[in-house]
Design a protein around this ligand. Sequence first.
Ligand code: SF4
Length: 311
Amino acid sequence: MAFPVVLLASPRSFCAGVERAVEIVERLLDQRGGPVHVRKQIVHNVHVVADLEARGAVFVDELDAVPDGATVVFSAHGVSPAVRAEARRRDLEVVDATCPLVTKVHAEARRFAARGDTVVLIGHADHEEVEGTFGEAPESTVVVATPEEVAALEVPDPDRVSYLTQTTLAVDEAAEVVAALRARFPRLKGPSSDDICYATTNRQEAVREVAGDADLVLVVGSANSSNSVRLVELARRQGVPAHLIDDASAIDPEWLRDVQVVGLSAGASAPPRLVDDVIAALGAWDVQVRETTRETIRFTLPGIVRRGDRG
Ligand code: SF4
């Protein structure tokens, strides 16, 4: 391997919502001393999930795999009201690790649907976050991902249309979909502030900054991590070869042929230590941090976890 310069995008790696979700499971494991069930991957990262599994977390796809009366953690991506109702029916103790910024989008979905609007949810239909938000008002909600899908939309009343977005979309692509919606539905209403979260926006700006000066961009993250995939796509749209890697072992030495400058980032669900491993594996002699903004946001933990009580 050569000894490239690394341009380290900042901010990168864990966001406040992921830190909170992981800490919730870690604290429960410490406090309960037994298996802790988690519905779906707590965050979309194979290393985070494997580490927590090794400490006693049990990840399940659906609640029917959780014993009656047991504790279950809902992942950072949120759940639909139907899942909450099922947990109540099964007498499960719920510890909710839904990111507060996802919860905000759920509240908007309920509000928009309650005033009689068709809610156009911009996002990827098969993503857990979108499934959860959709579930707030399934009769009133349609999911679209592209301007072409906007063109094919049929709604009961074109004057009563609102939009929401998944929190981890590409900012520029989402703007195109919103523009297409506004062109079709001039009275379109939206959220008071952008649903694409601060962490997604900041990581995209930081990758744009390093990609401009890099021969290659590497993004640490898992394939099912929406915000990580968007970072790779963004770099490629700037004409720079880019790869998503779960860890340093995924680096193909061929990628580094004739590469002098590597732009490096990590999605919001990727642990910082994986980035350190990549820097070590690259053998970089010069690591330059490109900071586009500084993040100070922290979310408080649920009371049940802070106190260490059984609910
Ligand atoms: S990426 Fe954004 S919405 Fe998702 S957990 Fe992090 S802060 Fe919350």
